[in-house]
Design a protein around this ligand. Structure first.
Ligand code: GRF
Length: 179
């Protein structure tokens, strides 16, 4: 059973659901995340940092909620906060992330802009297992995406997301089958 964490628009969440993967619950750090509004028939919850005394306590509450929903594997689909070691310990080696670059190149929250600024000819998408670093951890699948003349952050990100929507469900499916 999969729990998905989201902060943004949720197109990768949608791709996981359309691929008929066993998504059981969706949580966010932002109550207003458009991704949550996509969900009609699954348990959802938001865990805003301001409602907790610390990030550790927020992540503990979110992790306990996911466990209570029967979640075994957590997928970060555009989740923009770093998870605490305490959260990762609840799902050891069972948290996956999708990132819009060819990791280990261009980690962090501004990967698309950083790739454009660096003038790379090839950007990419990566799905990896999450460890305690920032966008580090063992890589499961990776695919190159061309950077075209005149690309903006939006146009390049849209091209990367098309790949992510294929790569993320595939990586999750393979990960579940291998368990
Ligand atoms: C994706 O590009 C993902 O790689 C990054 O955040 C974006 C999320 O997009 N971590 P969406 O919310 O799935 O549309």
């Amino acid at each position: 059973m999969i729990g998905v964490l989201v902060s943004g628009t949720g197109t990768n969440l949608q791709a996981l659901i359309e691929a008929k993967l066993p998504v059981r619950a969706v949580a966010s750090n932002k109550q207003s995340a458009p991704a949550l509004a996509r969900i009609r028939d699954l348990p959802t919850a938001s865990f805003e940092l301001r409602d907790f005394e610390s990030r550790e306590q927020r992540d503990a509450a979110m992790g306990e909620w996911l466990l209570a929903q029967g979640v075994e594997v957590v997928v970060l689909a555009g989740y923009m906060h770093i998870l605490t070691p305490g959260f990762l310990a609840l799902f050891p080696q069972r948290v996956l992330n999708v990132h819009p670059s060819l990791l280990p190149g261009f980690p962090g929250a501004h990967a698309v802009a950083d790739q454009l600024a660096a003038g790379v000819r090839e950007a990419g998408a990566t799905v990896h297992v999450v460890d305690e670093g920032v966008d580090s951890g063992p890589i499961l699948l990776q695919e190159r995406v061309p950077v075209l003349p005149g690309d903006t952050e939006d146009s390049l990100h849209a091209r990367i997301k098309e790949v992510e929507h294929r790569l993320l469900p595939l990586a999750v499916e393979e990960f579940l089958c291998a368990r």
